[in-house]
Design a protein around this ligand. Structure first.
Ligand SMILES: NC(=O)c1ccc[n+]([C@@H]2O[C@H](COP(=O)([O-])OP(=O)(O)OC[C@H]3O[C@@H](n4cnc5c(N)ncnc54)[C@H](OP(=O)(O)O)[C@@H]3O)[C@@H](O)[C@H]2O)c1
Length: 247
């Protein structure tokens, strides 16, 4: 699958690195060609260790792609990357989305768009010395869908830090790490579920895109607990104990 990633930062590297290692074609599209190429080279070097033969084509020689048997990573501009991709990951700050959608929203038509963004802003009411966040806006995924009305938007991968996605720890206390997915198009959700499985994660289809706002709120809430030193995982019992009613 051709996965185009918009942005060349931490999330682009974490998810793109994993997908390249799993054998997908990955395109990094950024406003800085140098940044895109640097990340593409880094992903290639890392993926090559997993899949010998991986290499970077750069923008100019995309035609070479058929000759490369294993993972192939390319760098390019944002528009070219979107055009090339089957699936597009938006790995940019929320503040960048309006401009990107104005310019590229129509080019996203028919594509699966993964939204991993979080609209975090400092919680000005937090006591001095503590790190806490609130949402600067909610329903970002729905805003992406409004700006790219023919795209199939799926909210995913926003709950955990890039370092977690980039890592190899996948099972904690005997439970495989899960990725909740919210999207309206069943085929797009299935596609993103398969991409989660390619990262050895457990996909949790979690309803339509109107529910993505809850994932966005869950993220800011959990991160606040983690920064406060609380183990957010401890507030949820296992499924078998989730309801105080016997079946
Ligand atoms: N990092 C995490 O642990 C994490 C976890 C979950 C979700 N997220 C979310 O994932 C998204 C990406 O986070 P990140 O940590 O990968 O960010 P990052 O490391 O800061 O990288 C952001 C990327 O977006 C690009 N960008 C910024 N403004 C842009 C614009 N106006 N147009 C085009 N590209 C622009 C940056 O390019 P320049 O270098 O040119 O500025 C950079 O390549 C954010 O929405 C974040 O909330 C992050």
């Amino acid at each position: 699958m051709r996965i185009g990633i918009i942005g060349a930062g931490a999330m682009a590297g974490a998810l793109g690195g994993g997908w390249a290692a799993a054998g997908h074609e990955v395109g990094i599209g950024a406003r800085s060609g140098d940044a895109a190429q640097t990340l593409a080279d880094k992903i290639t070097a890392s993926a090559a260790g997993v899949r010998p033969g991986a290499r970077t084509t750069g923008q100019a020689d995309a035609a070479d792609s058929e000759t490369v048997a294993s993972a192939l990573v390319r760098a390019g501009g944002i528009g070219a990357t979107i055009e090339w991709a089957d699936v597009v990951l938006m790995a940019v700050p929320v503040s960048a989305l309006a401009g990107l959608l104005d310019e590229h929203g129509s080019a996203l038509a028919g594509k699966v768009v993964i939204d991993c963004t979080n609209a975090f802003a400092p919680d000005e009411s937090a006591p001095d010395g503590t790190t806490a966040f609130v949402l600067s806006e909610d329903a970002v995924a729905e805003r992406i869908a409004a700006g790219a009305p023919k795209a199939h938007v799926v909210k995913a991968f926003n709950l955990l830090a890039a370092e977690v996605w980039a890592g190899t720890d996948r099972v904690f206390d005997g439970v495989r790490l899960a990725v909740p997915l919210c999207g309206d198009d069943p085929a797009a959700v299935r596609t993103v579920a398969a991409l989660a499985e390619d990262l050895a994660l457990q996909p949790f289809p979690a309803g339509g895109l109107h529910r993505a706002k809850y994932l966005e709120a869950t993220s800011v809430f959990a991160v606040g607990l983690w920064f406060a030193g609380a183990d957010a995982r401890a507030m949820l019992p296992p499924l078998s104990a989730a309801f105080a009613v016997e079946d």
